[in-house]
Design a protein around this ligand. Sequence first.
Ligand code: ADP
Length: 258
Amino acid sequence: LQANKDNALRQASVSAGKVIILRNITEFKERDEAKSNFIATISHELKTPMSSIKMSLQLLNDERIGALNPEQQGLVSNIKSDCDRLLRISSELLDLSQVETGNLKLNISAIDPLKILDYAIDTVKFQAEQKEVKLEVQAATGLPQVHADTDKTAWVLVNLLSNALRYSHEKSRIIISVKAEASKLIFSVRDFGKGIDEQYQKRLFERYFRIPADGSSKSGTGLGLAISKEFIEAQNGQIWVESAIGEGSSFSFALPVG
Ligand code: ADP
């Protein structure tokens, strides 16, 4: 009888434990979702005033308002770049919260890979000119269309190109390539910058990860590659890096052919 009682008690406490664990998981999920929704709202709310600050700053540069002296121009340009950084952080947080709450909406269609390439190159052209970095395209003719979300794929490519530019030496080059392999298209961005130590390569796609003591990453958020991974994997693709210190890095992603 005692043995049966012990057994019953043990079973009761095991199932009570399960209930507590389940309740904890549910609470945790709810709290996580509330946090993501909060982040989404805040980032969204911040975007409007920040965009308007940026517009006012652009107006300050308008000669009709009166010329600024060099010192004032310097201050305006500092505020503008901080403003850009805030806008970037808030839009990256917004993207991330959409991924976390499962609200990432994909608009998949068959698209021409060269169009995405052209758009991404156009977006970073100015940044490249400033550093005198040559952007070289390597793409075979007659590539098949890719089955993807145009905006999200272009976002990833722009992010990889901006990183490549940030970590490239002045007057160097970046190769942007696209090739077909099996039933996939592989996009790659190869720079000839300082490269990435092997011990950090796996961690690059983690949220908020930035290489320690990396001076050039001061202005970054450590979210770009984490979001890129989410965007590519949501489209049934893969993203990876190959790099060697002193030789540069190559970031690639593969997407299914449409
Ligand atoms: P962010 O650039 O905003 O810091 P990312 O997620 O895009 O965030 O990149 C994470 C880190 O990976 C960067 O801080 C940088 O240290 C490193 N990294 C990314 N791209 C390159 C690259 N092309 N060359 C060298 N390091 C890079």
